[in-house]
Structure formats: C-alpha cells, structure tokens
Design a protein around this ligand. Sequence first.
Ligand code: MRU
Length: 381
Amino acid sequence: MNVIHRGRTKPFRTVDFDAPANAVLLIEQRLLPHRFKVVSMSTHRDTAAAIRDMIVRGAGAIGATAAYGLAQGAREFGGRGRVAFERHVDRVFEHLKSARPTAVDPVNAMVEVRRRMSQGTTVAECQSLALEAARAFAEENVQHCREIGRHGAPLIREGMRVLTHCNAGWLAFVDIGTATAPLYAAQAEGRNFHVFCDETRPRSQGATLTAWELHQQGIAHSVIADNAAGHLMQRGEIDLVIVGSDRVLGRTGEVANKIGTYTKAVLARRHRIPFYVAIPLSTIDWEMTDGLQIPIEERAGEEVLGAWGVDAAGRRRQVRVANPGSTARNPGFDVTPAELITGIITPVGILKPGQLWKNRARLGGTSAVGGSVGGASSASP
Ligand code: MRU
C-alpha cells in the first residue's frame, strides 16, 4: 500500500526479501505510527526474533516472514550433503515455528515451502526452490487479500459505520490486509463510510497501526477505547463489524483472534449487528477439532501493567500505569464460537462458519475426511 514517507507517496510491502543479501526486510511495526522504518534481518535467527518481539506481527505477515525465514535458513547452509541439509532445515523450521504459537499461517507457509523444496535433487536446487516457494506464498497472500476485498466490498454501503478490532490491515499481511480489504475496495468504488478502530490494549494495534493505515489511505476513522463499543452499538452507531483471524478451525468454524474479539462478537449478537471475519486460506486449520485446543499465547504482564508511546523528544518509552507491586495476566487471543459469526470472507467468497468443512476442496483443504492439510497438524499443541 502507499505510504507518505518524507513527504513522498511510495508503495511498500510489509515483508520482502533481499536475495543478494539473504535478508528479510520488514517494516519495524513497533515504531509506528511515530516513525516509519524498514529493517533488515540478516539471519534466520534474527527473523525468528523479529516475529517473537513483534517487529512484524499479524498472522499473514508472520506467515510470509516465516516462509522467507525458512528459505533464508536453507540458504545459510554451509555443510555438505542432503541429509545434513535436511537436519539443518528441520532446526530452522522448529526455531521459526516456536516464535509465536497462536497463528497457524507460519506453519502452513513453512510446510508449503518444505513441500516445494523436497522436489529438488541437489542442495542448491532445494535452496532456490525454497526462495521461489516463499515468494509464491507472499504473492498468494496479496492475491487472497485482493479477492477478499472483491467479495467483501458490497457489505460496505454508503454512510456505514464499521467497527474493527486490532489490526488485520496491510501491516498484518504482505499487502492490502483482510478486514481492511473490503474497506479499501469500497473506497475505490467511491463510497464514504466511517471506521471505528478499537484501541486494542494492551499493545494498542488498533490505535497505532489500524489508525495509521486508515489515515495513510484517507479513510475517515476514530479510535475508541476497547470498552466503548457496547455503548456505541446500543445507540445504533455501529452497523457492521469486520475482524481478521489468526486461526479458523475448518471443522468447527471457531475463530481465534486478538483478545477482545469474543467480547465484541457477543455484543454484536446482542445488538443484531452483522459480525464478519476476513481470512486468507493459510489461516484455516483443517486438523484441530475444538477451539479449546488452540494454543493461546500468554504474553508478559508488563504489557498490561504499562503502556508504550513516544516522549516529547520522539523516543519510544514504556511507562508504568498499574499499581506498583501488582501483577497481571495477559492472554493475547481469544476464541469466538461459530454461532456468533455472520460470515467468513474468504478469497473464494463469503461462507457461513459451518460451511467451511464441506467447501474444503475449494478452500485448499483435503477432500479426505481426517486428512491433514497444509501442515496445520504440526501446529497443534
Ligand atoms: O498479536 P498480533 O498483533 O500479531 O495479533 C494479530 C492480529 O493483529 C489480529 O488478531 C488480527 O486481527 C489477525 S492477524 C491478521
């Protein structure tokens, strides 16, 4: 998407790869909206750390980062022989996989890279296939978001007020985003609407990233405190909710997404407001059978006890908000049951959560009941 950077408008992608340097290029998302900076990860260990430390975040973006990280790790191999190479790639895979647990996209992305790599006969051929496959994953992610925009745009009617939670915009993918794709497509079709961005404590992805994205794209929006949505819904000031997801269970239609999503879905049902979830195909887990099995990332309590921002000199700082001496609990995600979801906006169209499984062939799943697809099983706890 376009970014106004140093007075100029330039297109950027969230994740890219510099092949001559064997480096993964990322937008340093922790600095946004105060500073726009692209950083370079020169080893697969740096790339995994960037995922873990949330330099890059969002299911699709960490999926593409892990895919490039695996190719990067494969290209780092300095040993001899195919057996040693495979062992090295196993280690790189596990290291990248362990960076963050809830989103299934990194595992699905890396399984696909490995599948393509296995078609090579020499180490050099495998290394080059790995990079090709990572690039293909990133391109497919962009294509999926574009299709989500096409299918979702008719939901955004003139004058609507739309609520979104966290950031499922282009910063959470390679480009365009999922929850934002219908918004960008409706804007391109000339419609006016207003977006409410949940602040999304404790890391404030809504207040920092979604608000920044919408501002860059010239879309009218307001940041609201996480607790304000119910009040606005009760007063008839929200017409539609669209969120993204980190893992959708293909068998049950349950949706894992940023903490607070479940609360918004309950409120939307109470007020009869349509609640949509927008996802690329790499977000579907065809293996898990129950939302309670989804590994929910528990993050450091400091995130809840304080807040990050910039000081008057533009330096990024954390301040303590909570009572000194108090501790915190910080689950990063929650699971919304299928019955609260109006529709899942996918690249192949809008489906009811309960229709995913029977449409699994169209959605990149297996046609054989119980078969594993896209490696999601290896993401199971
Ligand atoms: O912790 P994050 O920022 O990586 O969380 C991911 C999210 O932004 C969301 O929950 C989002 O809606 C789905 S990821 C595209």
